[in-house]
Design a protein around this ligand. Structure first.
Ligand code: PLP
Length: 389
């Protein structure tokens, strides 16, 4: 009765089962996987956010496939003001309810069934479901760790076939926290032009760079057809508001038809609602207070992790340039999943095993750096107590 594309293995993994069991005993679990910022003890301007959702203008229905101009203007201003993309024009934007929806529009635009997209590995696990739903085949290209993460261009070249339509980059990547560096961007543009491929750049964590130098946005990328995805889910830490976008840039002969086709895809769904579009300028404005809180949290937790790592010799962490996660290297005495289950049962600490993100081998745990400071510190102490012993 059902399509092959939805024939997923729907059984719960061992970690989820163990979590339910431990919670059913009443134990308080220290959750070091938290990615939901609305449950991370941040201070939001509730009144301003809720007030913005009640604009009387939302009583008029004005179906605009790319989204209301006032909302697109606000997103364009974000690129101009925060990322110095001076010439950024709201006409380059198509609003969507989430980055995930943005991905699906772009996959639909570029790919016939069975066409291929090159995706980084390790990276964000949602890609597989998005690709299944759009009948797209994902072909991984490795990121290699050698004093920091790097894109492996020889592997990228080997992975390209006549069916390849684009290269996905996550800038910075989740969970490795690595940006696409300027020289890599140059090589990527050259590669994409040579093979007539699009760049799909996921920049949801772009504003969370941990160094002083702000990495540049792909929204300014003109050398290859580029779809830059982002939204308020991370920019303003408001995932429940469902405002995201696709920013299209590149050679005008490719951008124009791409935008015209994207507009038809968006027109088919018209998924943005009016109150949220009128609220978008205020929601984007929230980033000015929320990003500082998150950066303070991330940097504080990273410093605490380093402090505790320095007290032992068994574990270390990989270099991180941005985003909300840290990768801890642990000795391989069992699989990462077994270790994560043990930590949960023994210490009531929840962490993600590296294999959730397609790490090529065991020996990696992923910690969320937006966990509250007390839970993070206690969780790391218990983790190192167990793994180090
Ligand atoms: C790299 C990356 N892209 C996209 C998303 C999803 O963003 P959205 O909530 O806008 O769909 C996430 C969510 O954590 C993510 O980690």
């Amino acid at each position: 009765m059902f399509s092959d594309r939805t024939n997923w293995k729907l059984t719960r993994n061992r970690l989820t089962e163990a979590l339910e069991q431990v919670r059913s005993t009443g134990a308080r679990v220290l959750d070091l996987t938290i990615s939901n910022p609305t449950r991370a003890g941040l201070h939001y301007d509730d009144a301003r956010i809720l007030q913005a959702l009640a604009s009387p203008k939302a009583m008029d229905y004005d179906p605009q496939p790319k989204g209301l101009l006032s909302a697109r203007e606000a997103a364009a201003a974000y690129y101009r003001e925060q990322h110095g993309v001076r010439s950024f024009d709201p006409e380059q934007l198509v609003l969507t309810t989430s980055t995930s929806e943005g991905y699906s529009f772009v996959f639909r635009l570029l790919c016939n069934p069975g066409d291929e997209l090159l995706v980084p590995k390790p990276s964000y696990p949602l890609f597989e479901f998005l690709a299944d739903l759009q009948d797209v085949t994902l072909v991984p290209y490795p990121l290699i760790y050698d004093h920091g993460w790097q894109m492996d261009f020889p592997s990228l070249r080997k992975a390209v076939t006549a069916r390849t339509r684009g290269v996905v980059v996550v800038h910075p990547n989740n969970p490795t926290g690595s940006f696409v560096h300027a020289h890599e961007r140059q090589l990527l543009n050259h590669f994409c032009r040579e093979h007539r491929l699009a760049v799909i750049a996921d920049e949801v964590f772009l504003d969370y760079g941990l160094d002083q130098t702000a990495p540049s946005s792909f929204a300014s990328n003109e050398d290859a057809l580029t779809f830059t995805l982002s939204g308020v889910s991370k920019i303003s830490a408001l995932p429940q508001m469902k405002v995201a976008w696709i920013a299209t840039s590149g050679p005008p002969v490719e951008v124009e038809p791409a935008l015209a086709r994207l507009e038809v895809i968006a027109d088919t769904y018209l998924s943005m609602n009016a109150p949220i579009q009128f609220a978008t300028p205020a929601l984007l404005d929230q980033r000015k207070s929320i990003q500082q809180q998150l950066l303070d949290r991330v940097l504080g937790n990273l410093a605490e992790l380093d402090r505790q790592l320095a007290l032992q010799k068994t574990c270390g962490r990989l270099h991180v340039e941005g985003g909300w996660y840290a990768v801890v290297r642990v000795p391989v005495t069992q699989t990462d999943e077994e270790l994560a289950v043990d930590l949960l049962r023994r210490d009531s600490v929840l962490v993600h095993p590296g294999h959730f993100y397609d790490f090529p081998s065991d020996g990696y745990l992923i910690l969320s750096l937006i966990t509250t400071a007390d839970d993070f510190s206690e969780g790391v102490k218990r983790l190192l107590g167990t793994v180090g012993s």
